[in-house]
Design a protein around this ligand. Structure first.
Ligand code: GRF
Length: 211
């Protein structure tokens, strides 16, 4: 299966995906910023890169159309957002229905949007984490494919919590992409997603020791 990854910056999730030995072909990494560090990571892994600067286009629709044309040139089975910091138009998102995924640094539907770690600390939650979800026009609201939870500790700062979550992002995203590539992702009629042949974890639980 061919994959296209969209990035805007650091690229640590891209790196985790590239190093996970997934049964996929990374056809291209596309960034909307020429200075995205992730581009160097792609090059180091021999993956073709492309920069499409959104500022070169008159509006969101024009940028999204150019982006879709670039992506479709690779005919990917899955498009992955990995720190891609642009809101995508409904037309773009619908064009990639059920084959466009994102990772969000919170346990959705809690804390959509930005500054998730600060907000989690402000609300005093005891478990925080990350979510891989299919992208729909409403930001951070699409069907959830996988989640990982971490404890929130009493002396956490946003940075410490972010680092703890990021380590789980780097495990979760490759896992979710592998499930997709293995055709284990199934859809219910109500639009939610489940994993075929999942492990029996009916009695498993996560309890935060954070207090
Ligand atoms: C990650 O925290 C991801 O959850 C969010 O953007 C950040 C990207 O980091 N969507 P990186 O570029 O993968 O290092």
């Amino acid at each position: 299966m061919k994959i296209v990854v969209l990035i805007s910056g650091r690229g640590s999730n891209l790196r985790a995906l590239l190093e996970a030995d997934l049964p996929v072909e990374f056809a291209c990494v596309i960034s909307n910023r020429a200075d995205a560090q992730g581009l160097e990571i792609a090059v180091a892994h021999g993956v073709p890169t492309r920069v499409l600067n959104h500022r070169d286009y008159p509006d969101r629709a024009a940028f999204d159309a150019a982006l879709a044309a670039e992506i479709d040139g690779h005919a990917p089975g899955l498009v992955i957002l990995a720190g891609f910091m642009r809101v995508l138009s409904a037309a773009f998102v619908e064009h990639y229905a059920r084959r466009l995924i994102n990772i969000h640094p919170a346990l959705l539907p809690a804390f959509p949007g930005l500054d998730t770690h600060e907000r989690a600390l402000d609300r005093g939650v005891k478990l925080h984490g990350c979510t891989v979800h299919f992208v729909t026009p409403e930001v951070d609201a699409g069907p959830i494919l996988a989640q990982a939870a971490v404890p929130v500790l009493p002396d956490d700062t946003p940075n410490r919590l972010a680092a703890r979550v990021l380590r789980q992002e780097h495990r979760l995203y490759p896992m979710a992409v592998r499930w997709f590539a293995e055709d284990r992702v199934a859809w219910r009629e109500n639009g939610t997603v489940f994993l075929r042949a999942a492990a029996d974890t009916a009695e498993a639980a996560l309890v935060s020791p954070g207090g």
